[in-house]
Design a protein around this ligand. Sequence first.
Ligand code: FAD
Ligand code: SF4
Ligand code: SF4
Length: 900
Amino acid sequence: MRLKNPASLCAYASDASIYAIRPSEIIPVEFQNDVIEAILMAAKAGTSITARGAGTGLAGGALGDGIILDFGNYRKIRSIEPQLLSVHTEVGLIYDELNAALKDYNLFFPPDPSSGDSCQIGGMLANNSSGPRSVKYGLTSDFVEELEIVDSRGRLLPLKKLRLNSPELAEFLGRFPEYKAILNILQENAALINSSWPKLKKNSAGYNLYQVVRDLERGIFNLPALMAGSEGTLGIILTARLRLLPLPKELLTIRIYFKSLVAAGRAVEKILILEPSGLEIVDGSTLNLIGRQKHGIPEEAAALLLVEFDNDISLKRRDFEKLAANLDLAGVPEYADDPAQAAPLWKARKAIVPTLYRHHATRRPVALVEDVSLPPGEVPSFIEYITALFDRHNLTYGVFGHIGDGNLHLRPLFDLNDPADFRLAGEIYDQVYDKVIALGGGTTAEHADGRLRASLLKKMYGDRIYDIFVAIKKTLDPGGVFSPGSVISSEPFTAHIDYEKIKSYCAACGKCNGYCPAYDLFRREDMSARGWLRMINQSEAPREVLQDYLAWCLNCKNCTTVCPAGVDIAHEIIEYKSRQSGWMARQGASLADNEFLLGLSLKFGKILEPLTQSRATRKILGIVGKPFGLDENFPLPKIAGRSLRQRFSHRLAPTGEVAFFHGCADNLLQSNVGEAVFEVFEYYRIPLSIPEQKCCGLPYEVHGLKDSLLEKASFNIEHLNRFEAVITGCASCLLRLKEYAGLFKGTSTEKPAAILAAKCYDISQYLNLKGIDLSGLAGDKPVKITYHNPCHLRAAGLHREPEKLLGKLPGVEIIHPLYADRCCAQAGAYGFAHYPQSRQMFAAKKTVYEKINADYLMTSCPACQMKVRAEIKGNTRVVHPVEIIAERIKSAPGFRPGKE
Ligand SMILES: Cc1cc2nc3c(=O)[nH]c(=O)nc-3n(C[C@H](O)[C@H](O)[C@H](O)COP(=O)(O)OP(=O)(O)OC[C@H]3O[C@@H](n4cnc5c(N)ncnc54)[C@H](O)[C@@H]3O)c2cc1C
Ligand code: SF4
Ligand code: SF4
């Protein structure tokens, strides 16, 4: 496949850096031949080749004006060999996916970039990535055993660690003489490289020659280490054999505050002796920025340290307590040895990036000096220098990072569209890097040079080492086909800045892609949350073309939920769609709005229901529905004989204490949720009524029918506000009700909409708040309950309410499944319209649930229930959480059934 459509090219023109370059075409890699052919084609046409992983690189390395090789779909794990602590994988695999697969073997791949939920193994290898745990475990290059690459002549090469003087090396060098030339260059310059290389724990600047030279001294030509950190400029990596370690079983997190930076610096040296698996710092000015009061940070704290130990934690805690008794601390250390307790300790650290992104109308924490590496002893004085420099220029900034290995992230805010700020950014760039180099540091610890820091290499290493870099590049890529502009380049860092992109609140970090079900399926930037946002804002593609791409969005809101900068891509997509709704959507809406016609259609549908299950009818339905994207195999929802409102007409009330917003699915389709809700509320004597209500409006919204949405929202705001609280069993309805206020900004309806938002609850959340006592509801046997977390419940800020509630039932074991937060891919009618793709999106969850084989799988959304029910085989019953409680109530002594 080759993508040349302007909309696709627009998506691929950007990555997480400040740059944009429009490529000539994209080749999504599926087979190794795709790479070989692309390189031969590029050489012939005189165009460039740039490899792209997930595009989370901050230095623009994944951008190029020629062919982009997208590795997203080249992601099979070829083998896991637990006895050898080894994995062989294709490089498009996402870091977290690799570790999820290794978990079954109690193994893990340690280098852990913070972008691990979205970045790929290929990008990690090419940038020699690392992360918070590198203080204990080291960098990606320390774990690479073998690589398979394609070189600039289109040849496939196995790169291994080969002993000098071995027949294997002789044979390799005979076949690939350019590597003989490389070996000569390195051996001739070994002394120079050894003596002049900065002595740092982390260094991603330039080629990784120090490690290779050190291994040469041990008699090994470490060819994979030469490729690690080469940023796609020396060869294209296809597969990697990586070394693994046993998964640590425990984790101790400690948060401490210091009265001075110097005290923090001195403490770091002592803490390092205890071999922590993580050691992070946040400086005092950054603590001011995120809000001391809000995060409970002592006024006198000049720095915060987060320390982690992942082995022998009781022993480490004892040692740490002894050490802490002699430190000059502000406040007492806080300890956490389980993830739930540790999360609040990380809260202040994690608040930095979101705070910086939303801090100013036009200034952004652009990645310019974001990844410096220092000899650890120099860190405190460097922080003092840098904060004074930033303060002198009245800059707002964040200073934080992995102090254990001397890696600091500096994020001053600039508006590069403002000429004065642009000039200042250039000055700060020069001054920061000059200082770092003067202190014996490195311009980049883990994010690599790319286009951002290529021009600094000569300054950092000096002419002689730089000439070695150039010689290596010329030997392995004589035609300069790979990633021109990256690493070896004299272009200034200001070339190719995308001034439009950096105006946006979106940092283009790509985190949203890691959670986007469409990206998960297609693994292409033009089929992803970030790509779509860029296409909407910056592509000039015709509306019909963009609509075809955007039709794949599930409106799951996962992008919104995880975005550190608070960008609501799902909303942007809906807004774009709503500028032009389709004819079919408008006809569907007028049918649904006409009570008489809707009732008639449902009656008719009910009569025809047995017929619709027949193979022949399904075939006809498939043919008729094909133009609308319907598939003959999709599971049809079953229509209720009588609606919930008809069955519980005695509960209809215009006003009252608690209103049950049943939504359309639980009203019109076969469902036990309504009965169960009334059962439970009656048992706990909570008055519950059914209010006047209309559809929450979400189905209208996703089809671009904004007028219908507004009309329904106004109706619901007025009628639901007549109750003290509103509960719903549908996650999507809950989210839509809670977000009405955004639709009425600046109008008289905004306030009532906000009032409604504050009193809307998910049923489990409401019952948790009420503190209902479930201890008397013993079942007749122990049960296992697993769950699926609906995306819209998480988007509404609710993460663990059903598990919290059901965990209180006697005899219940809650089994936390892998991928609990992954979209089930039903998303209203999406699962019908894109049936095969929706099934593929669900496949990973299906395997997990079938393996767990629990008694119940609970989920608080009718659409999710329908999807999961249709997919999973076995004895697991798919229910709403409230149904499980209702069943226990029914079997409780003295139970009297209520009336329908
Ligand atoms: C919010 C955020 C946090 C981050 N945190 C960290 C961190 O903690 N530690 C860290 O090290 N980095 C971090 N990064 C930077 C980045 O995520 C990493 O460098 C990551 O490893 C890049 O992977 P990718 O798949 O996105 O690669 P891309 O950005 O797509 O590419 C990066 C480089 O790798 C090359 N490349 C990709 N695939 C191949 C291949 N198959 N063969 C040859 N070259 C290839 C590209 O040409 C490019 O030069 C962060 C970035 C963001 C946005
Ligand atoms: S929308 Fe948010 S998560 Fe997605 S790229 Fe932009 S800043 Fe990152
Ligand atoms: S709403 Fe879901 S499918 Fe749509 S862009 Fe966001 S994450 Fe992707």
